[in-house]
Design a protein around this ligand. Structure first.
Ligand code: HPA
Length: 269
């Protein structure tokens, strides 16, 4: 496994046009940001040795090297979800490769269902912590020597970056929520009983991504910052239907604010 990570990193390091220390996983809600990146080199995942290949039709995925807010950045345009059938090693492979290439700060975004009664559809939630309910752990197996066998997770999401994001949001008049993100494997949305259970467990939002990447990033000593767009509110008392289309629509509305927060953060880290 580590050999393949090193091999892919070596292949990319011969081609990369700059030396970013910051990476962005362009999840749901970050379409605007993708457009704002001045692209120096885009490599389709299918061309990168050992990279998993996306199963989503029409969105094959690419690795972007570019500039954002005057800084060098690397961006994953297209991520891998466990529910698609990838192993956790595949889901987190790009993060491991990015660490080898020099990435030390990671920004991630996702769409999530809100359970906190103070939340509204379209809210941006800065992730303060997470609960991992995925059925397979991304660090399962022989320890890769980028970090300890038993990694500390007391600050999985950098408090410094959260404070910085709060400042940026206040300066730009963007309303943000804070909360705990819980990841299930999906692909089903939750039953009303599951939304209630997750809320009681201490989660404010639920989704199907992010946690594996953040765990592996922490294992590499990469500091993380994550945001969720609240695209629906779990029908905890009265069942409410949730659809992929609604999720995409709600996420789209939050894009300009998400992009502002991320771009300003990139400038200031
Ligand atoms: N549950 C799980 N994943 C999601 C949701 C949800 O309600 N909304 C967007 N992604």
């Amino acid at each position: 496994m580590y050999g393949r990570i090193k091999e892919t990193a070596a292949w990319l390091s011969e081609r990369m046009p700059n030396a970013p220390q910051t990476a962005i996983v362009l999840g749901t809600g970050l379409g605007y940001l993708t457009e704002r990146i001045e692209k120096l080199l885009c490599i389709p995942y299918a061309d990168i040795p050992n990279f998993p290949v996306s199963t989503v039709e029409g969105h094959a995925g690419q690795l972007i090297f570019g500039r954002l807010g005057g800084r060098d950045v690397m961006a994953l345009d297209g991520r891998f979800h466990y529910y698609e059938g990838y192993t956790m090693q595949q889901v987190t492979f790009p993060v491991r490769v990015m660490y080898e290439l020099g990435i030390r700060t990671l920004f991630v975004s996702n769409a999530a269902g809100g359970m906190n009664p103070a939340f509204a559809i379209g809210d941006i939630m800065i992730i303060t912590d997470h609960i991992n309910l995925l059925p397979e752990h991304p660090l399962h197996g022989p320890n890769i020597p980028t970090g300890p066998r038993f990694p500390d997770m007391s600050e999985a999401y950098s408090r410094e970056l959260i404070a910085l994001a709060d400042d940026i949001a206040a300066e730009h008049g963007i309303k943000v929520q804070h909360g705990v993100y819980l990841s299930t494997q999906g692909p089903t949305f939750e039953t009303p009983a599951e939304y209630r259970m997750f809320a009681r467990m201490g989660a404010d939002a639920v989704g199907m991504s992010t946690v594996p990447e953040v765990i592996v990033a922490n294992h590499c000593g990469i500091r993380c910052f994550g945001v969720s767009v609240i695209t629906d509110l779990g029908g905890m008392d009265v069942p409410v239907k949730v659809s992929h289309e609604e999720v995409q629509l709600a996420a789209r509305a939050a894009q300009p604010s998400m992009a502002t927060i991320m771009e300003e953060l990139v400038k200031r880290v």
